[in-house]
Design a protein around this ligand. Sequence first.
Ligand code: CP
Ligand code: NVA
Length: 308
Amino acid sequence: MTHFLDIHKTDPADLRNMLDQAGAMKTARAGMPKGTPDADQPLANHMVALIFEKPSTRTRVSFDLGVRQMGGQTMVLSGSEMQLGHGETIADTARVLSRYVDLIMIRTFEEDVLLELAEHASIPVINGLTNRSHPCQIMADVMTYEEHRGPIKGKKVVWCGDGNNVFASFAHAAGQFGFDLTFAGPEVLDPEQVFIDEARAKGVTVEIDRNPERAVEGADLVVTDTWISMHDSQTARERRHNLLRPYQVDEHLMSHANPDALFMHCLPAHRNEEATDGVMDGPHSVIFDEAENRLHAQKAIMRWCLGV
Ligand code: CP
Ligand code: NVA
């Protein structure tokens, strides 16, 4: 079964082919109204279940639109309204959905839910974000970097802030696409060591630097994300803000990066917390290209999963 569970679990040649196909599909639709069907309809007669146990704007809309552009149909399901949220096992849910639909995308909390669903489904499963990773986002981000600046291989990416699920997928991508990665954040919010070790084992440099200005020296790409993720407790809000404030991406910090550095944020953002308006709306920012490229990258991911 061809699941898309994480970037480090997917063959690098397949990842590259997906980005090539995403770019080609994007080009083919340039200038068309959003609802125009693609010339190819590889998902014709396919039904896709989109399951959300957490809120979403981009993931929900881009998957739904992408399926429709490729000729398929979707059903968007809220985890809390399914029996899944009321005691039915993940394994049984996987077996049942496998009788009805051709593909499942799930956004959930614990990674184990995703893995168990994939283990028991006889159809492909896509990770639409867990507490531990967000691979679809970083496929869109690599696509976005390369659209603007060419190959990401050998470039320096600097992450400022919380060592969260989005950072983890950047670490996975560093190993697979061959870019160097620096984490700049407070020690108590360090990423899991396994993400760093796995990337290093693939031959890329991964560093931790507590000094944000030093970290972004020579950066080709500066990235941040919300200081409090959907799975984080709100009770620690003030403490996290105090810890993370020195890592806010503002114009001064960006001035330490390479002059042609890009700035990314997966969104949703808390403006003037993790990044200032001046950076979010400034000349380095490609945040809305990232959001658009979720659509194109995920269309290619779905085609790869279904082999169509
Ligand atoms: N970046 C992202 O996944 O956004 P949503 O939470 O809106 O889906
Ligand atoms: N780290 C964020 C990403 C949202 C797309 C979260 O998990 O809430």
